[in-house]
Design a protein around this ligand. Sequence first.
Ligand SMILES: Cc1cc2nc3c(=O)[nH]c(=O)nc-3n(C[C@H](O)[C@H](O)[C@H](O)COP(=O)(O)OP(=O)(O)OC[C@H]3O[C@@H](n4cnc5c(N)ncnc54)[C@H](O)[C@@H]3O)c2cc1C
Length: 408
Amino acid sequence: MIKLKKPKIVILGAGYGGLLTTVRLQKHLGVNEADIVLVNKNSYHYETTWLHEASAGTLHHDKVRYNIENVIDRNKVDFIQGSVVEINKDEKKVILENGEITYDYLVIALGGEPETFGIKGLKEYAFGITNVNSSRQLREHIEYQFATYNMEEEKDDTRLAIVVGGAGFTGIEFLGELTNRVPELCREYDIDASKVRIICVEAAPTALPGFDPELVNYAVSQLERRGVEFLIGTAIKEATPTGILVAKGDEEPREIKAGTVVWAAGVRGNSIIEKSGFEAMRGRVKVQPDLRMPGFDNVFVIGDCSLIINEEINRPYPPTAQIAMQQGEVVAHNLAALIRNKPQLETFKFDNKGTVCSLGEDDAIGVVFGKKLTGTKASFMKKVVDNRALYMIGGASLVMKKGKFNFI
Ligand SMILES: Cc1cc2nc3c(=O)[nH]c(=O)nc-3n(C[C@H](O)[C@H](O)[C@H](O)COP(=O)(O)OP(=O)(O)OC[C@H]3O[C@@H](n4cnc5c(N)ncnc54)[C@H](O)[C@@H]3O)c2cc1C
């Protein structure tokens, strides 16, 4: 009997998009239909949308991650822990740091990277909220500044200043956590809370651009009440070893000294996209409606590496976990169709279920199914959304292990 070669599907990245594609594919396809290979840098998946908590130190980093092998079916999926270096599209090959893999079908779900827009010094001196490693480093750095303050004979209050670049989603959520964490740090290290400054610098004319103005006002006033200083319409011109230079319009740049500078103002697609010679805008590939890369019928791109236009406003959708997961569902369906030689592929259509932005442990703002929410109600919804992401990938048992149940 001749044994037919099974098609090989390689999925790059085990974030929201890649892992959801994998768990759906393992459900849709039988063992004999395809070889499925999942490649990820780490042995674990992390909840990118919870990294602001790990970065501020309000949630331990082990709470935001879980082992990939716990949610995949090892009879159907081979997991390779490895770092992707480049994709060779002509030879249908993925180059890893420690080897290479060929593919028949490829799913690129490698997530995003900070976009620094060429601002001098940001790469060298600013911290990012990007993955478990960067979050752990940021948390440790802030704690180190507090621990060092009372060790010095001549006290340097700027050591206790924290600048957050960007009042978008990530910046605002991180500020919310900081306002919970700083009082704890002050108590732990015997520091007068009035010595601490938390400054948010945003170049756009408003915080949370694109969000409902009433909810933005709520968020800003809540954070201001807890001590955050907002510099809106102000651009960071440079990061230095001692802080940042900022300017409003054509003003001369002025210095804000700070022991910690965090850049939370921009996301681009993974640089591997450009390195591999794919056409992209800031590392994001404008995909076809079936989520394939134009010109490559066997390559799908999802999550932060993909770009989809919101036809209503003729602008790209901002990259979110919500979109990445919905894309994962469609890609799994489309791969199963291709493998079974079914000609009709599904078209991706974003189903916006709403957005919730946390403002710390028990406060948030959000629009859910068209309804505006603030305070504890919104915070409850945020935890429901977080638990739902766990449920979609690992079912009830993952929710029980990693879920958030501090609803009050
Ligand atoms: C603090 C914060 C809060 C957010 N809050 C929300 C929110 O409330 N709601 C929302 O919808 N979105 C939110 N987002 C955005 C959301 O997290 C991203 O849009 C989403 O994670 C994108 O999913 P993805 O699958 O493309 O990538 P990711 O989930 O980031 O996963 C990418 C995976 O690829 C792996 N990887 C990267 N490079 C390599 C490589 N070279 N080799 C191998 N593996 C690699 C990574 O380790 C990771 O596992 C937030 C983002 C941040 C930072």
